[in-house]
Write a protein that binds this ligand. Structure first.
Ligand SMILES: *Cc1c(COP(=O)(O)O)cnc(C)c1O
Length: 363
């Protein structure tokens, strides 16, 4: 077996122990005579898997009473539409912070269903920082939407919007796709959290939505039923077939995370991984990172030599050395190392070593 260090932004690397366990259980799970993939989602055995995964997630995330966790299909992109469909009545407005391309995608979807107030815009400076929240237009908005980590531009909210700038009555809705479970968040600060699983939870196909219970039940009539959080909550996420195998696989990844000391444990590793990599970039004379230091992401580290040809050569030779998927997003160019929970610190150290060698050979 030969495994590389995979710096892909998503779908991303998964913990090896989770993959190995899945391999063992692939053909037959727990004496059932069949694979988890072949089980009815209503069977006793599958429901046990489902309930365990949900409670493990709630435990790791610290989801308090008064919130409902949904395990759905459709990706974060489907939630871009589900959020306004569940929270905005006809003629209502919502506030969004435009902090990068995914935030922008959420805004475009919301505009189909209501009026959007832009409460912060980082586009002028190519999204290299987290904009301040402008409270002036927030009155009357049904929620404020933020993207806690901007996967493409490599930025992260260093703190949530302050209580002074956002009235208590306006729930905070967060797309947490690329940094959920990588650092501790106080769920009670949010009205809704959603995330596609394929960065920090498990494989693609599963989408997690955490909703404060008082925000269930306001969906507009035209909301498709599979996107209606209240209907999904009433049916324990099984209004239709859930992404059964992705949920099982996420469970194996969450068990691994629990063994790492949970979110607190992995957070300290993530802080150290990011610190080492940014330090190497800042010390280098070849590589640079354009992001305002306090807003740097711990999950997606963007860097460039400033020359498209050199960046290309770097990615190609890194791949030959077993460091793969380092090419940056097409809108940013350069390189991006996605260093989610499952990327071990040894992978980051190998990358740094390789960067130093490349710089020496290509001054
Ligand atoms: C990857 C990503 C998305 C898109 O997720 P899908 O599951 O592919 O729909 C949305 N938002 C953020 C922040 C992401 O990183």
């Amino acid at each position: 077996m030969s495994r590389v260090y995979n710096f892909a932004p998503g779908p991303a690397a998964l913990p090896l122990p989770a993959l190995e366990r899945a391999a063992k259980e692939l053909v037959e799970f727990g004496g059932a005579g069949m694979s988890v993939m072949e089980m009815s989602h209503r069977s006793k055995m599958y429901l046990e898997i489902f309930d365990r995964v949900k409670s493990r997630f709630n435990q790791l995330m610290g989801v308090p009473d008064g919130y409902t966790t949904l395990l759905l299909q459709g990706g974060a992109t489907q939630q871009f539409a589900a959020v306004p469909l569940n929270l905005l009545g006809e003629g209502d407005s919502a506030a969004y912070v435009d902090s990068g391309n995914f935030a922008h995608g959420a805004i475009s979807e919301a505009k189909k269903y209501g009026a959007v107030v832009i409460a912060g815009d980082g586009s002028a400076d190519k999204y290299t920082y987290i904009p301040n929240v402008d409270a002036s237009g927030l009155a009357g908005c049904k929620y404020l939407h933020i993207t806690t980590n901007n996967t493409v531009y490599g930025t992260r909210w260093p703190a949530l919007p302050s209580k002074e700038s956002v009235p208590e009555s306006i729930p905070l809705v967060a797309d947490m796709s690329s940094n959920i479970l990588s650092e501790t968040y106080d769920v009670s600060q949010f009205g809704v959290i959603y995330a596609g699983a394929q960065k920090n939870i498990g494989p693609a196909g599963l989408t997690v939505v955490i909703v404060r219970n008082d925000l269930l039940g306001s969906a507009r009539k035209s909301c498709p039923k599979v996107m209606n959080w209240k209907l999904q909550a009433d049916n324990d996420s099984m209004l239709n077939t859930p992404p059964c195998y992705a949920i099982y696989m996420a469970g194996l990844c969450l068990d691994w995370l629990d063994e790492q000391g949970g979110v607190k444990g992995i957070e300290s590793v993530n802080v150290e991984k990011a610190r080492l990599l940014y330090e190497a970039i800042d010390e280098s004379r070849l590589f640079g990172n354009p992001v305002k230091p306090v807003d740097r992401s711990r999950m997606n580290v963007v860097f460039t030599t400033g020359s498209a040809d050199k960046d290309d050569a770097f990615c190609k030779s890194a791949a030959k050395a077993g460091l793969v998927n380092l090419k940056g997003h097409r809108v940013v160019g350069g390189m991006r190392a996605s260093i989610y929970n499952a990327m071990p610190i040894e992978g980051v150290k190998s990358l740094i070593e390789f960067m130093r060698r490349f710089e020496k050979d290509n001054p």
